[in-house]
Design a protein around this ligand. Structure first.
Ligand code: AMP
Length: 281
């Protein structure tokens, strides 16, 4: 495994690989790796000559200072985990200064309104931060293919939109959500949950499954009410939002449609915020 801590050394290495016409797959992460991340790495490895994994906790996408401070940083363990599944990859773990060159601020992006829904409403500035770092990382790596999890479905659609609008030459590949045995979507933030909270958080996916079943007969509004009621009596999990939205536009769906539709949820557990989603049709 090769590990690079700055763009210049990464680029010096990648230049040679590009000259040899090797295809480059890219998996951007913020570290604290779990099986969901590893599944993206395996997919990239199967579909490309070279896989680059970035590990970088991007300060500009955090709208909450405590969340940024408490975000788990476990670089040595992450490297061991990657090494155990594949020791022929490239890890790019730059510093904030190297990525931002002393100017740690977001650019401003328009994602045709995708940024105004759900996570965008609840995390002001979040998607400007995501757009900024993904653009910088794409410039540093110049991948042929880049792998993103459907766990962050809104982010996946926003990255697709950015690539389309800015004409970046990369194929974006969405990958399925990996879950704990109790259904909880794997997330680096799960490390901050107590055992009881982690167990109880299985309720999020159980409710999404129940919502999906109801959606076969009920209206979108009836399903929204069902989910809100389901969380009302839960003392551990606080519902932040539940939405049923069009996958392409992310606009709320009020009447059943043939268009691909998905349910999205955000829940607060203690001081940890969890998100999940499920395809409805
Ligand atoms: P993160 O480190 O949380 O920024 O995630 C890095 C990438 O891994 C993103 O594309 C995420 O959507 C993806 N990812 C995170 N959790 C999961 C999961 N449980 N299953 C599949 N992909 C995931």
């Amino acid at each position: 495994m090769l590990i690079f801590n700055n763009k210049a050394s990464l680029n010096a290495h990648l230049v040679q690989l590009r000259e040899q016409e090797k295809t480059i797959g890219f998996v951007p992460t913020m570290g604290a790796l779990h099986k969901g991340h590893l599944s993206l790495i395996e997919r990239s490895d199967a579909e490309n000559d070279i896989t680059v994994i970035s590990i970088f906790v991007n300060p500009t996408q955090f709208n909450n200072a405590e969340d940024l401070e408490k975000y788990p940083r476990t670089l040595e363990r992450d490297i061991e985990k990657i090494d155990a599944v594949n020791n022929a990859v490239i890890v790019f773990a730059p510093t904030v200064d190297d990525m931002y060159e002393g100017n740690t601020v977001s650019g401003h992006f328009s994602f045709d309104g995708l940024e105004n829904q759900m996570e965008g409403k609840h995390r002001p500035g979040h998607f400007d931060g995501v757009g900024t770092i993904v653009k910088k990382l794409f410039e540093a790596v110049e991948p042929d293919n880049a792998y993103f999890g459907e766990k962050d479905f809104q982010q996946l659609q926003i990255v697709r939109k950015m690539v389309e609008k800015e004409g970046v030459n990369v194929k974006i590949i969405g990958c399925p959500i990996y879950r704990e045995p109790n259904g909880l979507a794997m997330s680096s933030r799960n490390e901050r949950l107590s055992n009881d909270e982690r167990e109880e958080a299985g309720f999020i996916y159980k409710t999404l499954i129940a919502a999906k079943e109801r959606y076969t007969t009920d209206t979108p509004d009836a399903v929204r009410t069902f989910v809100e009621k389901a969380f009302q009596n839960n003392t551990i999990l606080k519902l932040e939002y539940f939405e049923i939205a069009d996958e392409a536009t992310l606009m709320p769906v009020n009447n059943k449609t043939e268009a691909k539709t998905r349910a999205f949820i955000a829940v607060i557990v203690g001081n940890v915020r969890l998100i999940d989603n499920i395809s409805l049709n």
